[in-house]
Design a protein around this ligand. Structure first.
Ligand code: HEM
Ligand SMILES: *[C@@H]1O[C@H](CO)[C@@H](O)[C@H](O)[C@H]1NC(C)=O
Length: 504
């Protein structure tokens, strides 16, 4: 058979398939992307690949129940939803049917092992119990605040002060990422990578973490998982890079565990106290295996490093566009810290309600985790009637939800922190409670983010410390930044600013 007839017969087969499927297969749902037989929504998906977030958002907005189904050649059927009832069902009511699932845990498995962030079922539950006990401990909160004190006073403020006096532009996103990394290492590992101190050499561990997250994110973006699996099996390209990075992370953490155990043993001769309050030391004291401790602390570093820095970056960008908001923030910060010689502590942070509203409003429009997926264990029907089949991917979409008129009203695209307050201005301001199923920025239900409170403490601390000392102007006034949805949402190109000393 020559090439021409081969093509012809393939074409006629496809035609036949089209005709049969037209009569036999159920029609595609009226909402959601255009689909074709066999290839599904491959074409519109490909056309929109550079603007998936906004494409998904518009598909959700035009669906009567804010839910659509997308299937394409090479990917599993995916239900995407911004419907609070569906989300409550997935994340709480029928939680056991919606684990992360193997397709996902495989992607991060090499980096995170079987740590809390990357496990399901009993393995997850046991770690969750252990970790939530540690996360609610007052000692961890105190450790966080003192780590923030020393990282801000000792590093962040001095860096900003010198940038300010030299009238240089600086990338706030980069500084916040470094800041967050130092802080999360302090509280989860009890180490100081000194990432924000540019005079110190960069640890291989820090770069390894960046490389490993980047390759893992790339795995997730691969059109078919076979591509990275083959590369891994052959040990080539980015997969080789990942293997080396994970090796160096494991080496670093194993070494800390070993040394910490020695330290504890020396101390234990006599006193019961662990001495240190970081999570790693407490996990050792709890008698966990080295591998379990390693995976768990790597999960913490992973979860806690880029999320709050992403939110802070978008916060400063949003505030720089709204001088009225900045003025009100300053009034609040000054009021709360007046009696404390402008020092921020845990109690004063709690009083900063408007600041909290501004952070919530920032994350509504720019959630650090833009989407998150589960995989159905069994067939199910969502509250809005959408059918879920065993093995389907089910994605809830905080980014789209923050931009849904049906949830936030006509002004959903405006940055208006007042929507989070019971009284928009003046005395008696309280934060409104918003259902976590309408605003699942920290996920919700049994698997809600463990670091939520800590994240707010950290973000408020940095926001107050920086705003009260510096006036911030964007170096590039024209630019509308682009959000890059890697593992966490980055601002493409960073946030370049120039600073002036704030005079009050
Ligand atoms: C603004 C900052 C943060 C946001 C928006 C955020 C958001 C989230 C989200 C969406 C999840 C669910 C992810 C998934 O299951 O795939 C999650 C889980 C988690 N987060 Fe956060 N997070 C933030 C900061 C932190 C911090 C500072 C920590 C501290 C270490 C932390 C610790 C965790 C842990 C341990 C989990 C896993 C919980 C579990 O699976 O049971 N997060 N977070
Ligand atoms: C963590 O922060 C605390 C509080 O500032 C500090 O005393 C401690 O030395 C830090 N730990 C490391 C290893 O940097």
């Amino acid at each position: 058979m020559d090439l021409f007839s081969a093509i012809l017969s393939l074409l006629s087969l496809y035609l036949l398939f089209l005709i049969i499927s037209h009569f036999i297969l159920p029609p595609p749902p009226p909402h959601g992307p255009k689909t074709h037989p066999v290839i599904g929504s491959l074409i519109p998906f490909y056309e929109n690949r550079h603007r998936l977030l906004d494409w998904y958002t518009s598909l959700l907005a035009s669906s009567p129940t804010q839910t659509f189904v997308i299937g394409r050649l090479g990917a599993r059927r995916t239900v995407v939803t911004a419907n609070p009832k569906n989300i409550e069902h997935i994340l709480k009511t029928n939680f056991p049917n919606y684990p992360k699932g193997k397709p996902f845990t495989d992607i991060l498995g090499d980096l995170l092992g079987r740590g809390i962030f990357n496990s399901d079922g009993d393995l997850w539950l046991a770690q969750r119990k252990l970790a939530s006990h540690e996360f609610t401990a007052r000692s961890l909160r105190d450790l966080l605040v003192s780590a923030l004190d020393s990282e801000a006073d000792g590093r962040l403020v001095p860096v900003l002060t010198s940038v300010c006096s030299e009238r240089r532009a600086v990338d706030l996103q980069d500084l916040f990422r470094r800041f967050a990394f130092d802080v999360i290492c302090n509280i989860s590992l009890g180490t100081d990578p000194g990432f924000l101190d540019v005079s110190l050499p960069e640890l291989p561990f820090v770069n390894a973490f960046d490389a490993a997250s980047m390759v893992s994110a790339r795995r997730g973006a691969e059109p078919v998982s076979a591509v990275w699996r083959v590369k891994r099996a052959l040990g080539i390209g980015s997969e080789r890079q990942l293997e080396e990075a994970v090796g160096s992370i494991h080496e670093y953490v194993n070494d800390i565990i070993k040394r910490r155990k020695e330290e504890i043993n020396v101390k234990a001769a006599g006193e019961k106290e662990v001495g240190r309050n970081d999570l790693l030391s407490r996990l050792i004291a709890g008698g966990n295996s080295d591998e379990a401790i390693r995976d768990m602390v790597i999960s913490f570093v992973m979860a806690g490093r880029d999320t709050s820095s992403a939110a802070l970056t978008w916060f400063f960008w949003s505030v720089s566009c709204h001088p009225d908001v900045e003025a009100e923030l300053l009034t609040e910060i000054m009021q709360v810290t007046r009696s404390k010689e402008r020092r921020v502590d845990y109690e004063s942070l709690r009083e900063m309600k408007y600041l909290e509203a501004c952070l919530c409003e920032t994350m509504r429009l720019f959630p650090p985790v833009v989407w998150d997926s589960k995989h159905a264990d069994n067939d199910d029907v969502l509250p809005d009637g959408t059918r879920v089949r065993k093995g389907d991917r089910v994605t809830y979409f905080p980014y789209g939800m923050g931009r849904m008129e049906s949830i936030w009203g006509k002004d959903c695209m405006e940055f208006r922190p007042g929507r989070w307050m019971s009284v928009e201005e003046g005395e008696g301001k309280e934060l409104l409670r918003v259902s976590p199923y309408k605003y699942p920025v920290f996920q919700a239900g049994p698997r809600v983010c463990l670091g939520k409170d800590m994240a707010f403490v950290q973000m408020k601390y940095v926001a107050a410390a920086v705003l009260s000392r510096f006036e911030i102007r964007r170096a590039d006034q024209q630019s509308t930044p682009v959000l890059v949805p890697l593992l966490t949402a980055h601002m493409a190109g960073g946030l370049k600013v120039v600073l002036a000393e704030r005079r009050i």
